[in-house]
Ligand binder design. Structure first.
Ligand SMILES: NC(=O)c1ccc[n+]([C@@H]2O[C@H](COP(=O)([O-])OP(=O)(O)OC[C@H]3O[C@@H](n4cnc5c(N)ncnc54)[C@H](OP(=O)(O)O)[C@@H]3O)[C@@H](O)[C@H]2O)c1
Length: 230
């Protein structure tokens, strides 16, 4: 059993928390408004879940998932995350988040910015490329023939190993896309982003989940392009 701290308990945070509790992990949830606002989710999740402040969730988690709106990433507590594995689900949409020049010119990536903010943590990008609604229906036991894979990226091999074990316990295989700087390969508007897990012919909001095994995700990562390389 692992204690997973969640900084952010919205669409993605709660989907991860549900899988984590189902897998026998403990979760410590947090949000911006305070633990009392998470009472319903804690009640739903049962005795392996509790709510806390973001500071406390960061301190309690053996692995901590940062899943807040991108604009809030600098509010993620630094001190309690020193030395820890931090999983980053965040995405940048300039239409929603405002323009960030170093992301617009592709000189860095979302998760590298979080790594800069948390210099003594081990950031692993994961869970950013799948819609929250497709996480529960695609989770499968280890070895299932129709199991889906999620890409990860990170600079620390041991941290990626821990995240791989965690994702396996939650119901997913993993494809290692390389160091954090390769995280662009599954950022917004790339082939590995979102649509690999969608049944062809179905569209939002009625889209349904389609398993994407590791080979499909590997091909999608390899097919990614970005304008700075063109
Ligand atoms: N939705 C998706 O399908 C999806 C898929 C992949 C990746 N993502 C990315 O994952 C991230 C989270 O997305 P989401 O859809 O889960 O967002 P969401 O539903 O809006 O949830 C965001 C959560 O972050 C919390 N939060 C905001 N500011 C915070 C702070 N300073 N400290 C602690 N918690 C804070 C919010 O708490 P309050 O409600 O109390 O403010 C809320 O619990 C985004 O970067 C998004 O782009 C989303």
């Amino acid at each position: 059993m692992t204690t997973i701290g969640l900084i952010g308990s919205g669409h993605i945070g709660s989907a991860i928390a549900r899988l984590a509790v189902a897998a026998g992990h403990e979760v410590v949830l947090s949000n911006s408004r305070g633990p009392e606002t998470l009472a319903d989710l804690v009640a739903e999740l049962g005795p392996n879940a509790r709510a806390a402040t973001a500071q406390e969730a960061a301190a309690a988690g053996e692995i901590v998932v940062v899943t807040v709106p991108f604009t809030a990433y600098r509010q993620v507590p630094v001190e309690p995350l020193r030395g820890k594995v931090v999983t980053d689900t965040n995405n940048y949409y300039h239409e929603r988040d405002g323009h960030i020049p170093e992301l617009d010119d592709e000189s860095t990536t979302v998760s590298e910015l979080l790594q800069e903010h948390l210099p003594e943590s081990h950031v692993v990008k994961a869970f950013n490329n799948i819609n929250f609604a497709h996480i529960p229906p695609l989770a499968r036991p280890t070895g299932s023939p129709d199991r889906s894979a999620l890409p990860i990226a990170g600079d620390d091999t041991a941290a990626k190993g821990q995240v791989t074990v965690l994702l396996d316990s939650l119901g997913f295989d993993v494809v290692d896309a390389g160091p954090l700087a390769e995280g662009w390969r599954f950022q917004r508007d790339t082939p590995a982003y979102g649509m690999v897990y969608v049944t062809p012919g179905t569209t939002y909001p009625d889209w349904t989940a389609e398993p994407a095994p590791a080979a499909v995700v590997e091909d999608a990562l390899a097919a990614a392009t970005r304008s700075r390389d063109v």
